[in-house]
Structures are given as C-alpha cells and as structure tokens.
Design a protein around this ligand. Structure first.
Ligand code: GDP
Length: 449
C-alpha cells in the first residue's frame, strides 16, 4: 500500500522537532516527499510543479503552532492549497448546473469512448428529474454505434426521462436540432445531448462535436473523464478544452481505486470546475464534486467525510435524539436502549466497509482487530437481547441463573456469553450515568489523561 503522506513526512521531520517556523531549508526535503506523493497519485507533472510552487510560497514563514510538528504544519498547507486549486475556492455554487436560458437548457456531453458519458447522461437525467423537478429529454448523436443509442434509451427509461429516438443514418447536427425542436414543442426544460466518443483523440470527432456545439449553443458543455486514466487525462482534457468551450467536468469511476490525481491535472489544464463525481455504475451513483474531500484522497488521508456521512445516513437520528434525551432527564439506560444502540451500529454499514474509508494510520491500528468477528458478536448480542422478556429488558437486574439458562437456550448460545453481555451492559450503564452528570468532557479528559 502507498504510504500516507503524513507518515512519510513524519519520517523526514524527526530531526527537526522543535523548529518554530517553516523555512526554506526545513521544508525542502519535505516538499520532495509531497511531490512524490502527488506523482504517485497520478497527478501530471506540470500540475504538481504549480502546486508545489504555491505551497512553498504559502508555507514559508508559517508558524508551527502548538503541538504540531513542522511536517504536520506543512501537510496542513498542502492540503489547503490542493483543495483550493482543485476547486474549493470556487465557492459552493461552482458545481451547480446553469439553467439561466430560454428552455430547454441544453447540456452537451463530451469525452472519449468508455469515459462514462452515456451512463452520466442517465445519472444526470435522474438527478434533474428527482432533485430539480425538471422535465428532461435525452438524445444520442452517436451515429457510429447503434448499441450506444440503445444504451441511452435504456438508461433514460430507467431515469424516468424522455428519449428522442434517432438512427445511425442521421447526421449529428441534424439530430441535435431535431431534438431541440421536439423539446421546445413538448415543453422539456432540459435537453441532454450524448455524443460519439472515440478510443483516442481524433480530429474528425472534435470537428463533429464542435459543429453540434455551434448549431445548438448549449449552456453547459460537460467534459466526462475517467479518473482511472491518471496521467493520460491531461492530453484528453487539453484536446477537448481546445476544441470546445467547456463549462465543467464530470470525473467518473471514483469508486475505483485510483487516487484521483486526474482531478488536479484536469483542473490544471482546463481551468474549469469539476461539477460532479461518478461513484458507481448505477444511476444514483452521481455526487456533487467535493474538492476538500478529493484533496484528502489524493494525499492518501482517507475519505473521512464519506465515513462521517455514511454514519449519519445509517443512524436513526430520532432514535439517537430520544436516547440522548432520556439520559439527560435522568432516565435509566436499559436493555432496550442497548439493543437500539446495537441496531444503529449495524445500520451504519458493515464495520469492515467503514474501515476501508479510514485514513491509513487508523487502518493500521485497527488491522489487528477482526472485523468480521466483531460483527458476528454484535449479531449474537442482539440475539441474546431478543430472547429476553420485556420485563427483563427493562430490569436486567432480575436476570438470575434460571432466566440466564432460558435466555441462552433461546439465543442458542452458552450461558457464559449471556454473562459476558450482561457485564458489558453494566459497564455501558455506568458510563451512561457519568454522561448524565454532564460528564462527557470529564470522561474524555479521563481517557486522555
Ligand atoms: P461512454 O462510452 O462514454 O458513453 O461510456 P459508458 O457510459 O458506456 O460507460 C463505460 C463503462 O463505464 C460502463 O461499463 C459503465 O457502467 C462504466 N461507468 C460509467 N461511470 C461509472 C462510474 O462512475 N463508476 C463505475 N464503477 N463505472 C462507471
């Protein structure tokens, strides 16, 4: 596995602990590591150079605050600069699509064959229909592959949008104009035009899509690029950017294991905002692009936000609030609450898939723990609680030898396991008592001290 940038810098800075400021001499070696990390993440060299220059300028003279080491301080600068170069400083609305035109708003899709254009048309149609409540029409101007037209028809139907049928005997410009005419007559608010891609950059293809662009003057021209392309993304982006006035980029296949360096390269070459990220083959696998998260991914710092988000999604917020409320007003924490907590942990997704999203250093720390095993245990605990009567759940103190035997038999486990769970519950209950006394901070301090 690739080393985390933080870890690599930590190795370099061991010798310079205690330095109070980032200087030319103490950052030179660290910047070499930053450059390596970016190249390993498949960022193209010119983009790496520009970023390093920016980082150098911002880092010089920066104070190393508090308990940070110079390496950590530098990582902070790199992370911030990288995120802002990728798009964080474009503001929140940078990834919004523009509809400020006479309807229909036309979106033209450009990119190589296999980049994910057709799939992205389906995703956009679904997103626009469901989230933006738009009436959407799609059309394929790919007159080379009949299968591509069929594929677009299928994804459009899946997205619940309308499809304008065409044949390979039509001309791309005529197709686009006919679809536009149809969209106007039938009051579509958005028309998405899919185009032919080739396997490589091709002059005839560029002229063809430029002609379609000139004919319908789309308000959005989106360049779709596969994140797995790595360094090659640069040449492709340059060719399309030269041929067409792009308005934005869609970076696809970010669910793969690429580090996403293409994001920086493509931004560097086109200067256009990355509006969306493709994160699965399915039609709901489209996300608004998040530059800060992308910067963390490129630097190998894990997708912490994604983790937090999936935790929030899975958690029953109302149940969590109810529990918090109960503890605050001095209610007793009983087995029912314990069970609800277990269920919430399960909702957050499998532990091992959550682990995948953690930064490398946490993954390392936890690699000793057997996640599958932990999950199995959680299910068994739930089985035990399910075998209790409502009264037992409310008053676990009642559970003595004969009840334990009955519960163990019901859950298909040994009595020892029931004992263990009751002991864990006891621990949890006394922890909750401390929390009740407003002791959260106290407890945290206790853990640290
Ligand atoms: P086009 O030739 O540019 O129209 O590309 P397609 O839409 O046909 O996509 C090519 C392949 O990439 C298909 O197998 C898609 O399912 C797949 N694909 C597209 N977007 C994504 C994505 O975000 N994630 C993943 N995993 N696969 C994708």
């Amino acid at each position: 596995m690739l080393d985390n940038l933080t870890q690599r810098l930590a190795k370099v800075v061991k010798t310079m602990r205690g330095e109070a400021r980032l200087t030319e001499s103490n950052t030179a070696e660290m910047l070499r590591e930053v450059r390596m990390a970016l190249l390993e993440a498949d960022v193209a060299l010119p983009a790496v150079r520009e970023l390093i220059a920016r980082v150098k300028e911002k880092a010089l003279g920066e104070d190393v605050i508090g308990s940070l080491t110079p390496g950590q301080a530098l990582v902070g600068v790199v992370q911030k600069e990288l995120a802002s170069v990728i798009g964080a400083d474009l503001g929140e609305n940078a990834s919004e699509l523009n509809f400020a035109t006479q309807p229909p708003a036309i979106i033209l899709m450009a990119g190589l064959q296999g980049a994910g254009k057709t799939t992205t048309v389906g995703k956009l149609a679904l997103y626009l229909r469901e989230k933006k409540k738009k009436k959407v029409l799609t059309v394929s101007a790919d007159v080379y592959r009949p299968a591509a037209i069929g594929q677009l028809e299928t994804v459009t139907a899946q997205a619940g949008a309308d499809f304008f049928p065409t044949t390979i005997n039509d001309k791309p410009v005529d197709i686009a104009l006919a679809a536009l005419d149809w969209a106007k007559k039938h009051h579509h608010e958005v028309l998405i035009i899919d185009t032919a891609g080739r396997l490589g950059i091709d002059e005839a293809m560029m002229q063809e899509i430029a002609a379609v662009h000139a004919a319908v003057k789309p308000i959005e021209t989106l360049f779709v690029v596969d994140a797995m392309l790595g360094q090659d993304a640069v040449n492709t982006a340059k060719a399309f950017n030269d041929a067409l006035p792009l308005t934005g980029v869609v970076l696809t296949k970010l669910d793969g294991d690429s580090r996403g360096g293409a994001a920086l390269s493509v931004r560097h070459v086109t200067g256009k905002p990355i509006k969306f990220a493709g994160v699965s083959e399915k039609l709901d696998g489209l996300e608004a692009f998040d530059a800060t998260r992308m910067a963390n991914r490129i630097l190998g710092m894990g997708d912490i936000l994604a983790l937090v988000e999936s935790a929030q999604k899975g958690m029953d917020i109302e149940a969590a609030k109810g529990l918090a409320e109960k503890i605050k007003v001095g209610g007793k924490f009983d087995m029912n609450d314990f069970k609800a907590q277990l269920a919430q942990m399960k909702n957050m997704g499998s532990l091992s898939s959550l682990m995948d999203k953690l930064p490398a250093q946490f993954q390392q720390a936890a690699s000793g723990a057997n996640m599958d095993n932990a999950e199995k245990q959680m299910r068994r605990m739930e089985g035990i609680i399910n075998s209790m009567t409502p009264l037992e759940r409310a008053k676990p103190d009642l559970i003595k030898a004969s009840r334990k035997r009955r519960i163990a038999a019901g859950a298909g486990v040994q009595i020892q396991e029931v004992n263990r769970m009751l002991a864990q519950f006891d621990q949890m209950q006394s922890m909750m008592k401390k929390l009740k006394g407003g002791g959260m901070m106290k407890m945290m301090r206790g853990l640290k001290g």
